[in-house]
Write a protein that binds this ligand. Structure first.
Ligand code: PLP
Length: 389
């Protein structure tokens, strides 16, 4: 069978394949410590499940508007106004099948051959692939631990060419866990405005912050930045709703209409009763978000301390957001795939090779898992490192 050339242009998602491999080993009865999945280990809060159950009971089981339930679009617009100081209304919002789908829709609606999209490295695994699927060119900008894996305003300015259409900003970041300060966001906003490019701000981890870190949406910096900003977000991480597949995109009405048009011929609306769970997530108490954040915070401390105590490994940039540690393995002399495969085979510990994020001398560990697994996994990692000598 001759497949379309676009399939060859993209690389399969390594995060999904490592997670699937670890799950497969577990199913075979192997005692695997998995730090691979980017998903909270908590069950979805009861009040959110109850709202979806009620929607099911009330017969909210039918097709709905492609852009989302009007009540949910309104709730999201209110959230963006109140939490992020972004002056959106329901018309500026489309409900999508997760944050991944909102970014995909946006790339498909905006990017065409010849367009360049600036992506800081390390990046979330799907950004460059989505740009390529849309026919555009990813322009990867290398960052270093010295700048906390953050792109500087000078680097951004230097990467802009007449073909630049979009800059992808992800704070808090997957995979590094770093969070741009409000001052850093303002400085990047200045470049976006000065160079007259668009910016998509992936804010899916905005609620998962530590040590006083603050999240500022780039669109809140100024009116000039706001009109060039597109926000992507979702319910998966903050509300432990990964399998529900509810996310959203907010931006200019013409972009949202374009995404609705694409969605109308691809997925249609997001699962109707799942959207009612999302309405409850936004409109009821936010205590569940804080409870999960506190648990992540304790796990982060334990994992960081253990990793930094293992000779040959280091996590120099202390992450202040999301639930990942990005660990430097360069002293081992192994590349990230060799390291991860060998660790999984010899110690049954699953981590994601940094190559998936454009950094082959790192691995990513998620601490969205229970403390027993963390302690056991760190013992095994220590043993693995000793075995390399
Ligand atoms: N953006 C980032 C940075 C992510 O880490 C993820 C998920 O891992 C997503 C977007 C997409 O999330 P979802 O499609 O589950 O809402």
């Amino acid at each position: 069978m001759k497949l379309a050339a676009r399939v060859d242009r993209v690389t399969p998602s390594l995060t999904l394949s490592v997670t699937a491999k670890a799950l497969g080993m577990k199913a075979e009865g192997i005692d695997v410590c998995s730090f691979s999945a980017g998903e909270p280990d908590f069950d979805t809060p009861a009040h959110i499940k109850a709202a979806a159950q009620q929607a099911l009971d009330e017969g909210k089981t039918r097709y709905g508007p492609a852009a989302g339930e009007p009540l949910l679009r309104e709730a999201i617009a209110r959230k963006l106004q109140q939490d992020n100081q972004l002056n959106y209304t329901a018309e500026n919002v489309i409900v999508t099948n997760g944050g991944k789908h909102s970014l995909y829709n946006m790339m498909m609606a905006l990017i065409e051959p010849g367009d360049e999209v600036i992506i800081p490295v390390p990046y979330w695994v799907s950004y460059p692939e989505m740009v390529k699927l849309a026919g555009g060119t990813p322009v990867l900008v290398q960052t270093t631990a010295a700048t906390g894996y953050k792109i500087t305003p000078a680097q951004l300015r230097q990467a802009v060419t007449p073909q630049t259409k979009l800059f992808v900003l992800n704070s808090p970041s997957n995979p590094t866990g770093m969070v741009y300060t409000p001052a850093e966001i303002s400085a990047l906003a200045e470049v976006v405005v000065e160079q007259d490019i668009l910016v998509v701000s992936d804010e899916i981890y905005e609620k998962i912050l530590y040590q006083g870190a603050e999240h500022l949406s780039i669109g809140a910096v100024s009116h000039e930045a706001f009109v060039r900003t597109i926000v992507s977000n979702g319910f998966a991480k903050a509300y432990s709703m990964t399998g529900w597949r509810v996310g959203y995109l907010a931006g200019a009405v013409e972009l949202i209409k374009a995404c609705s048009k694409l969605q109308g011929h691809s997925t249609s609306n997001v699962c109707t009763f799942a959207q009612y769970g999302a309405i409850a997530a936004l409109s009821e108490s936010q205590d569940c978000v804080e409870r999960m954040r506190l648990a992540f915070s304790q796990r982060r401390e334990v994992m960081l301390e253990r990793i930094n105590a293992i000779p040959g490994l280091s996590c120099v940039v202390k992450p202040t957001g999301a639930f990942y540690l990005f660990v430097d393995i360069s002293k081992t002399g192994l590349n990230s795939r060799e390291f991860s495969n060998s660790l999984l085979e010899s110690q049954q510990v699953a981590v994601i090779p940094g190559i998936a994020f454009g950094a082959d001398d790192h691995i990513r560990l998620s601490y969205a898992t229970d403390m027993t697994t963390i302690e056991k996994g760190m013992d095994r990692l220590e043993k693995f490192m000793r075995s390399l000598k």
